[in-house]
Design a protein around this ligand. Structure first.
Ligand code: ATP
Ligand code: MN
Length: 481
């Protein structure tokens, strides 16, 4: 039996005689007004039930969460709040939902409670909106790169290289849990393992993507990434999705231009395609802000924040300038920061990043030219920096409310410099033979970055906890569902 999506019915330009709707009951008022949602749009459609001609047993089963089929006519609504409603002529309960037991009651639930019911939370307005926005954002990402002629590359999820250096890894093994067999030295004998070597879940597809950029020119990855980092924050997941473009012949400036243009494009795309969901999330955030003390409220609403990012260039600031700003800042002098900045070379904590973005510049910031010591080995060494203040062509993009959303760099294209760096870190060059081949055969300037997809979804939806923007979050001590 063909049914029409509620989104299409609500967008109808005229009444329609015969329509069929399938969806889930949100509320049932006065034994007459049934609000149904089918996930196609944030709004419910109201079905007016002919209660006098409906069996009382059936009416009793119209409880929140029940799956229903309604046939009737789409008519202009008399009531306020909707343009169209359905005069129900036929009503079927497809699946009952015990009102006493269904956890998603028609009332406001806390986000913590909803997290514990991640399989049902998507039936709420908030999570329906977030997940539709997430879907549109991921399509926008593909659209942006495809329009620009980038090639989508699928880098491996199980990797044999443990030199990516982006974070703690999850081991992949088919060996017995007790780690047998062992070799002569009493260590786990990975030669006997499935792949004949130690393997891990990927923390980044960058190194593999670089090899593809050196043939296809412009490539991007968009896939799951895993980090066994025990940082229980509102911005870290153990399993998250990352977008990693890599472009041959791009220097760091071109890399910054790309990142900025890309982020603005996907936000614009989503503003255009998701007006209803974003209006709803804008209101949700405004309501949440009202519960906070005045001093903690953000100056801009969600839609204002998104438009601000479209209309303003990201501020580009060198690490050295940023350190000066931080050193002279009030929270540094008053010892309000947990980590006091007193020396060039210090790694920036999220409190510092957020100070720069939210208090000092009040706009997205691109920090570049970081100390070589605190960044990965593959980043290009600046030749003009003094020996005791060596810097690399790294860039991090910092966003209000989020902190780091992008990390990227121009890559070291000179074989000898890269080999020296690898040796200094005590990494065995043999581990990276294939990576070094890109520098042996036709090396060229190239750059790329990684954007954490969930951090982007956080920003666009105005949510504050990363666990609320991925369907089934994986975090320390939590792999339910
Ligand atoms: P952070 O300092 O916030 O931990 P990072 O320096 O480890 O980030 P990168 O290794 O540069 O991050 O990864 C690229 C991007 O991936 C980051 O800018 C961020 O948007 C995202 N990201 C990194 N770690 C996580 C995580 N555990 N959960 C979600 N997103 C992440
Ligand atoms: Mn990290």
């Amino acid at each position: 039996m063909k049914h029409t999506k509620i989104k299409d019915l609500l967008n109808s330009t005229k009444p329609i005689d015969d329509v069929t709707v399938k969806g889930w009951v949100r509320t049932f008022r006065n034994n007459q007004f049934l609000a149904i949602n089918d996930g196609s749009v944030i709004h419910n459609i109201q079905a007016v039930v002919d209660f006098e001609n409906t069996a009382p047993e059936t009416l009793k089963r119209l409880t929140t969460g029940a799956a229903v089929l309604i046939k009737g006519s789409l008519t202009e609504s008399q009531g306020a709040g909707q343009k169209f409603e359905i005069q129900a002529k036929h009503l079927e309960i497809l699946g009952d939902s015990d009102a006493e037991k269904f956890p998603m009651q028609p009332k406001k639930h806390s986000l913590e409670f909803l997290r514990e019911n991640a399989h049902l939370r998507v039936r709420t307005n908030v999570f329906g909106a977030i997940m539709r926005v997430r879907s549109v954002l991921s399509f926008a990402i593909h659209q942006y790169f495809q329009e620009k002629g980038f090639v989508y590359v699928n880098t491996p999820i199980i990797t044999g290289s443990d030199a990516e250096g982006a974070g703690e890894m999850f081991k992949v093994t088919a060996l017995a849990f007790d780690g047998t067999p062992r070799n002569e030295e009493g260590k786990v004998d990975y030669k006997a393992d499935f792949f004949g070597k130690e393997t891990n879940l990927t923390v980044s597809g960058q190194l593999e993507a670089e090899t593809y950029a050196m043939a296809l020119g412009q490539v991007y990855t968009f896939g799951p990434t895993f980090r066994a980092e025990n940082s229980n924050t509102s911005r870290h997941l153990a399993e998250f999705w990352m977008v990693e473009p890599e472009v041959a012949f791009n220097d760091l400036d071109a890399n910054m231009d790309l990142a900025e243009d890309f982020i603005q494009y996907v936000i614009k795309y989503t503003l255009d395609k998701c007006p209803d969901d974003l209006a709803f999330l804008n209101q949700r955030l405004a309501d949440e802000e009202k519960t906070k003390p005045m001093a903690e409220r953000s100056e801009l609403g969600l839609l204002e924040k998104l438009n601000f990012v479209l209309e303003n260039n990201f501020k580009r600031v060198s690490y050295t300038e940023a350190i000066e700003i931080l050193r002279n800042s009030k929270p540094n002098k008053n010892k309000k920061f947990n980590y006091i900045i007193d020396e060039w070379g210090a790694d920036l904590q999220s409190e510092h990043e957020r100070f720069l973005v939210e208090k000092h510049f009040k706009c997205p910031v691109i920090l570049f030219d970081y100390p070589a010591k605190i960044k990965a080995f593959y980043m290009r060494l600046n030749d003009d920096a003094p020996a005791e203040r060596q810097t690399v062509r790294a860039m991090d993009i910092l966003f209000p409310g989020i902190g780091e959303i992008v990390g990227g760099s121009q890559r070291e294209e000179r074989l000898d410099v890269l080999q020296q760096k690898i040796a200094d870190l005590g990494i065995d060059e043999k581990e990276l033979w294939w990576y070094l081949d890109t520098r042996r055969f036709g090396t060229a300037v190239h750059s790329g970055f990684g954007l954490g997809f969930e951090r982007l979804v956080l920003f666009v939806t105005g949510m504050t906890n990363i666990r609320d923007v991925i369907p089934f979050p994986r975090t320390p001590q939590n792999a339910e569902f």
